[in-house]
Design a protein around this ligand. Structure first.
Ligand code: ADP
Ligand code: MG
Length: 399
């Protein structure tokens, strides 16, 4: 699994050379087409600055959205060029293609101190199928390859995997390296007690995580809609709660395997699922959700119990909100777990948040900087924790 990183490159690998960097600029765009959140752009600055400081000329490839192999003007990367220039304090040229002679010419004309940003890789049908011909054309754009797109590293796409067959050295950027260090530490267990918090909507996406952590975690706290499926497997009345029917039997097997490791909520906040309004919300025992209501958050007793366990942890991994945290009135469970995670971080624990909605939840609680690491990759971080590696990592030079 160990791979070379940009810090392992020799000065001659960078000085004066075209450095092809796969970044993840899959940024949200506002109605007027401007970039509405700069997190992903900022996350790439350490690698860009390092490459430029060492005389490298960065050529950037990224996808944005799901244009499905066609040119979709609303998914152009053009709006990213001015904001990147501003953040980096260097000129950024944008060329509206990736696999053309124009793009190659722009890469060779690029001067030290300048950056070239190319168009959305997914405008080409061969990107997501990892077409070797497309990968070869991407490879013409650089003399060295760096993958700094952690959020795309679980995808075997031409700009992530195939391109590394044709450009050497091929190494991990600082963002990818930081992610691998944080998540790799969790895979190997870390300091105990090791507490995992799982929530969110779909068990289907998280079976691998449960399997990984049942062997290593001291406690796995289960909240959010995921808890409903487990409660259903225990024979509870779940009313109108979101329950994943196909996964109830599996949840039952995890319960049998997990013993005391699995911790479920003992009370729940329930409301009318048609018009979830915190004014009409009530707290009920976890096994008796009324027929016409749905569980939308963990209750106060569970909040306390979960927070106490988290506060005692030395290592925490959290994926999946404890409730419908986007709605005021159903965010208390998520907010308490966020606070408890921040508190144990302050007391010296190593704490990692994974998953897109979970990252949004910790941001909403204003505590992103109070935990050890917030992963930038939703699916990628979960897949890495379940599998121990990712296609885009395997494609890089061994350390
Ligand atoms: P992540 O992106 O962090 O992996 P998920 O995508 O699995 O998390 O789940 C997040 C979603 O789950 C949120 O939109 C949240 O509102 C929803 N959710 C959590 N608990 C419940 C619940 N009890 N009922 C309905 N939706 C829920
Ligand atoms: Mg999500």
């Amino acid at each position: 699994m160990l791979r070379k990183s940009v810090a392992d490159l020799a000065p001659s690998d960078l000085d004066g050379r075209r450095v092809l960097i796969r970044v993840d600029y899959n940024v949200p765009l506002a109605a007027d087409g401007s970039v509405s959140d700069l997190t992903r752009v900022r996350a790439t600055l350490p690698t860009l600055r390092y490459v430029m400081k060492n005389g490298g000329r960065p050529v950037l490839l990224s996808h944005l959205g799901r244009p499905k192999g066609e040119v979709v003007p609303s998914m152009s990367l053009a709006p990213v060029a001015p904001v990147l220039a501003e953040e980096l304090g260097a000129p950024v040229r944008f060329v509206p293609s990736t696999d053309t002679d124009d793009a190659v010419r722009a890469s060779t004309e690029l001067q030290p101190g300048q950056v070239l940003l190319l168009e959305n890789t997914r405008f080409l049908p061969g990107e997501t199928t990892n077409d070797p011909a497309v990968a070869e054309r991407f490879a013409r754009l650089g003399d060295v390859f760096i993958n700094d797109a952690f959020g795309s590293t679980h995808r075997a796409h031409a700009s992530v995997v195939g391109v590394a067959d044709h450009v050497r050295p091929a190494v991990a950027g600082f963002l990818v390296q930081r992610e691998l260090e944080a998540l790799g530490g969790l895979r190997s267990g870390g300091k105990r007690p090791f507490v995992v918090i799982l929530g969110g909507a779909k068990i289907g996406d998280k079976i691998g995580l449960l399997e990984t952590f049942l062997g290593t975690a001291d406690r796995i706290l289960i909240g959010g809609a995921m808890a409903n499926t487990f409660l259903s497997a225990m024979g509870a009345s779940t009313g109108q709660s979101l329950v994943e029917r196909d996964a109830v039997a599996l949840a039952g097997r995890f319960l049998a395997m997990g013993g005391d490791t699995l911790v479920l909520p003992t009370d729940l906040v329930v409301a009318d699922p048609g018009a979830p309004d915190s004014a009409g919300a009530v707290v009920v025992a976890a096994d008796s959700v009324p027929q016409d209501l749905a569980a939308l958050d963990i209750g106060p007793e569970s909040r306390e119990a979960f927070s106490a366990i988290v506060r005692g942890a030395k290592t925490v991994f959290w994926n999946g909100p404890m409730g419908l945290f986007e709605k005021p009135g159903f965010d208390a469970g998520t907010a308490s777990v966020a606070r408890a995670t921040a508190e144990c971080t302050a007391a010296g624990a190593f704490t990692v948040i994974g998953g897109g909605d979970s990252a949004a939840a910790i941001r909403q609680a204003g505590l992103s900087d109070a935990v050890s690491h917030v992963s930038t990759g939703g699916g990628a971080s979960l897949e890495f924790l379940a599998q121990g590696s990712l296609p885009g990592i395997e494609a890089l030079d061994p350390a």
